[in-house]
Design a protein around this ligand. Structure first.
Ligand code: IPM
Ligand code: MG
Length: 352
């Protein structure tokens, strides 16, 4: 089959890891007789440098018309001026909003061979297999008003945490559907003891819970959840939460897996292309050195095959190959090895 995939390598280590994922996808295409038509576009800091905008209308259009979008990472010290009128991160948020990808799936699994890479005690890590469903196009990131101005002679800034009922409903329903094929437990994370938006979130979630009695629903306050993620991570199955809470909790959860470099993500909407990206950032400190862990992006490309192209067998083949090389001790520096980005990918490709 023929597919169009838009690549947004972005900044920092983004181009290095996306380049390796493309090599893996090309092997898959040859082996399973597909044609992946890649088109590469600028987004983030590199796009500010070239076009004066972190996301141009043309690039967004090229993403919307693709079957799927694979993204590396955006940002870096060069574009960090707080007074700048555009930032790489703005491009990423506009892309998520523009594609309508409201559900960000971040699976966190602990590979048995990487238990020692995590600072947590090994007995806590046994059986950890979590999917965080982070709401991605609403909440504190997008709520209005969002501004900075002088008020009464003082500098003033405001961000708004807002949700409509339908925004909560669609992501919580997805979380319940996902849980059906897993261990049948949903943990909804909110701050309902303080925030009005969380009380709406909890009310809607409770109603959906009553319609899905085969799934165990647990409500948890975000402060408790941040503690439980470290003290009892194996007790979670599907976690569903607001945009900002999900941002924070997934960085925390990545520690369980030994390295952020291992973790993929998929962002999905009701229709249209999905957006796939590793959860790590642009890592300016190691950019250009060719030592970044490509696994997060390669596993993101597996999610792309599964969710956007419906190629389950091909997706599973990539996941199995990554699993096997990790078992065999194939390691980049972040997980205690010496291999380069390219060498680690070569090992993954050999397994395919
Ligand atoms: C993430 C990142 C982004 C976010 C940044 C780069 C805007 O931290 O994908 O988790 O906050 O969503
Ligand atoms: Mg984040």
């Amino acid at each position: 089959m023929d597919f169009k995939i838009t690549l947004l390598p972005g900044d920092g280590i983004g181009p290095e890891v996306v380049g390796e994922a493309v090599r893996v996808l090309e092997v898959i295409a040859a082996k399973y007789k597909h044609a992946f038509n890649f088109q590469e576009r600028l987004m983030g800091g590199c796009s500010i440098d070239k076009y004066g905008s972190s996301l141009t209308d043309e690039t967004l259009a090229d993403c919307k018309s693709a079957d799927a979008v694979l993204l590396g990472a955006v940002g870096g010290p060069k574009w960090d001026d707080p007074a700048a009128k555009d930032r790489p991160e703005r491009g990423l948020l506009a892309l998520r909003k523009g594609l309508g990808v409201f559900a960000n799936l971040r699976p966190v699994k602990v590979h048995p061979a990487l238990i020692d890479s995590s600072p947590l005690k090994p007995e806590k890590l046994k059986g950890v297999d979590i999917i965080v469903m982070r709401e991605l196009t609403g909440g504190l990131y997008f709520g209005q008003p969002k501004l900075r101005e002088m008020r009464d002679g003082r500098e003033y800034a405001v961000d708004t945490l807002e949700y409509y009922d339908y925004e909560v409903k669609r992501i919580v329903e997805l979380a319940f559907n996902l849980a059906k094929g897993r261990r049948k437990k949903v943990t909804s994370v909110d701050k309902a003891n303080v925030l009005e938006a969380s009380r709406l979130w909890r009310q809607i979630t409770t109603k959906i819970g009553k319609e899905n009695t085969d799934i165990e629903l647990e409500h948890m306050l975000v402060d408790t959840a941040s503690m439980k993620l470290i003290t009892a991570p194996a007790s979670f199955d599907v976690v569903v939460t607001e945009n900002m809470f999900g941002d924070i909790l997934t960085d925390e959860a990545s520690v369980l897996a030994g390295s952020m470099g291992m973790l993929p993500s998929a962002s999905l909407g009701e229709s249209g292309p999905g957006l796939y990206e590793p959860i790590h950032g642009s890592a300016p400190d190691i950019a250009g050195k060719g030592i970044a862990n490509p696994a997060g992006t390669i596993l993101s490309s597996a999610m792309l095959l599964r969710y956007s192209l419906k190629l389950e067998g091909e997706a599973a083949a990539i996941e199995k190959a990554v699993d096997e090389v990790i078992t065999a001790g194939v390691r980049t520096a972040d997980i205690g090895g010496k291999l380069t980005t390219r060498q680690m990918t070569d090992e993954i490709i050999k397994k395919l």
